[in-house]
Design a protein around this ligand. Structure first.
Ligand code: ADP
Length: 468
């Protein structure tokens, strides 16, 4: 085995471990984070440890045994900490720093007692375990990322764990020389594995960050597009809301004014008729009565025209996915929900549930109901809204539940009458608009309180049969 000088090979592996982190640091420097610093410093310490082992024949044993072991173990702990940080679970530095000191002291005690098998097994077992932990964290990151580079990192460190672990077994069973820098097959294979771990590991780590920044860029583009869409929809909904407010207003006005107008008209007609027959009234007065009659009729027609003008036709209907309505409503309200600290949990069927309708109008129904729920939970401890969607025979059922005080029971009969409100700045139009849209779509709106408290609103709409 003279073609590869093992101490020199260790020096080379050490240099690689030094160069790898340094170059990784440079590549990733624009996005310096604690993770990158920890990983790179860990790599540097591990590299110095390897160099000290490689120089074992030329330096005092204190440097090449306990210090080399301490540095390389601390380096691996820092690498593992860096990856764990990425997963949101940073390690306690003081714990592993103390652990490393204890580990190096025990290692040195075995050396002073001449127990070289135990010394090797003790030192290399920690390396095996830490390699395995780094590999496991790499695979975890590959899964959560998802990052193919993190998988390579995991594979490289698994290979490292396998070789060092096999060497520990070999030493404990008496098959392998416990001197780490001896000229043996085991030394050569673990040195080669060291080179691979160093290179593939560093590339995997750098790649993981590049994967992540690419993913962040894509997410940012996606987020921007969704925000723009939400703003556009929001503006359309606001416009639609004004139309509906006018609709409700004109409906109420027509209802309230038609009766007195009809009475004025009847009385004017009757008075003119009677005056004309008896000849009691002067012509000027009869003329004024004619005017009253004509103006009253004009007022009635005007009310009718306003109502017809604002009433939307059902021509723009098309198949609409109810899952999309739920998704878009939560997107539009995302900022309000965050501000009010309200979380939304949804339970939606996997296959699209379709109804025939006007998307914006249906969206407005859910927005009105959700805004009410958010406002109702302003003082609640539990600020959760549950939105459930399911198919019931020929209907689609959308249930929205909140954890506010519930509808005031004493007003339940008139709660969705136009202009009924219990809020100081409320308009009392949210529920009537929601009801009129749902009914225009052939559905039903049911308002109730959940047995455990909070409001429970059910929207039932006819299912578009092709969606089942
Ligand atoms: P506004 O929100 O302007 O008051 P709405 O028609 O949307 O008009 O609501 C009418 C009333 O119904 C509200 O003032 C409130 O008293 C009650 N209400 C609506 N939604 C809820 C809810 N989720 N929980 C409790 N009360 C509600």
């Amino acid at each position: 085995m003279n073609y590869l000088d093992i101490p020199t090979a260790y020096v080379v592996v050490g240099m690689l471990f030094l160069l790898g982190p340094a170059s990784g640091w440079l590549v990733l420097s624009p996005g310096q984070s604690r993770t990158i610093v920890m990983w790179s410093l860990g790599g540097l310490l591990f590299g110095v440890g390897m160099l000290l082992i490689g120089a074992r024949a030329h330096i005092p044993s204190f440097l090449s045994y306990p210090l080399a072991m301490g540095l390389s173990t601390l380096g691996l702990c820092m690498k593992a900490d860096a990856l764990s940080r990425e997963l949101g679970k940073p390690w306690r530095m003081t714990f592993y720093a103390i652990g490393t000191l204890v580990h190096a002291a025990v290692f040195d005690a075995f050396r002073s007692l001449g127990l070289s098998d135990l010394r090797f097994a003790w030192g290399a077992s920690a390396t095996t375990v830490l390699f395995a932990v780094i590999a496991w964290l790499g695979f975890q990151l590959a899964r959560t990322g998802p990052s193919p580079s993190a998988r390579w990192l995991g594979l490289a460190y698994s290979l490292g764990a396998f070789f060092v672990g096999a060497r520990v077994l070999g030493v404990l069973t008496g098959h392998i020389d416990p001197e780490v820098v001896s000229q043996s097959v085991a030394s050569i294979s673990s040195t080669v594995a060291g080179v691979l771990v160093s290179y593939v590991g560093t590339l995997g780590f750098v790649g993981m960050f590049l994967d992540r920044s690419r993913r962040h860029e894509l997410e940012a583009v996606d987020q921007r597009a969704r925000q723009e869409e939400a703003t556009r929809l929001g503006a359309q909904i606001a416009q639609l809301d004004r139309v509906h407010v006018m609709n409700e207003l004109s409906g109420s006005l027509a209802h309230e004014l038609n009766q007195p107008l009809a009475a004025i008209l009847t009385n004017a007609q009757l008075a003119r008729h009677m005056a004309g027959r008896s000849g009691l009234l002067p012509g000027a007065l009869i003329h004024m009565m004619n005017e009253i009659e004509r103006d009253t009729q004009r007022a009635s027609q005007m009310l009718l025209r306003i109502r017809n003008f604002v009433r939307k036709s059902s021509e723009d209907r098309s198949p609409v996915s109810m899952q999309r309505i739920v998704k878009e409503a939560t997107d539009i309200l995302a900022a309000d929900l965050r501000r009010a600290k309200v979380s939304v949990s949804t339970e939606l069927p996997g296959t699209p549930v379709m109804v025939m309708g006007e998307k914006l109008q249906l969206l407005q129904v859910l927005l009105n109901l959700m805004i009410n729920a958010v406002q109702a939970m302003a003082q609640s401890e539990k600020r959760e809204m549950e939105c459930l969607l399911r198919v019931e025979q020929k209907d689609v059922l959308l249930v929205l539940r909140d954890h506010g005080p519930g509808f005031p029971v004493e007003h339940l009969d008139k709660i969705d009458a136009p202009f009924f409100t219990t809020k100081p700045d409320g308009m009392g139009l949210g529920l009537p608009i929601a009801r009129s849209i749902v009914e225009q779509h052939g559905g039903k709106l049911h308002l109730a309180n959940a047995p455990q408290g909070g409001a429970r609103v059910e929207v039932k709409l006819p299912l578009l049969s092709s969606s089942q």
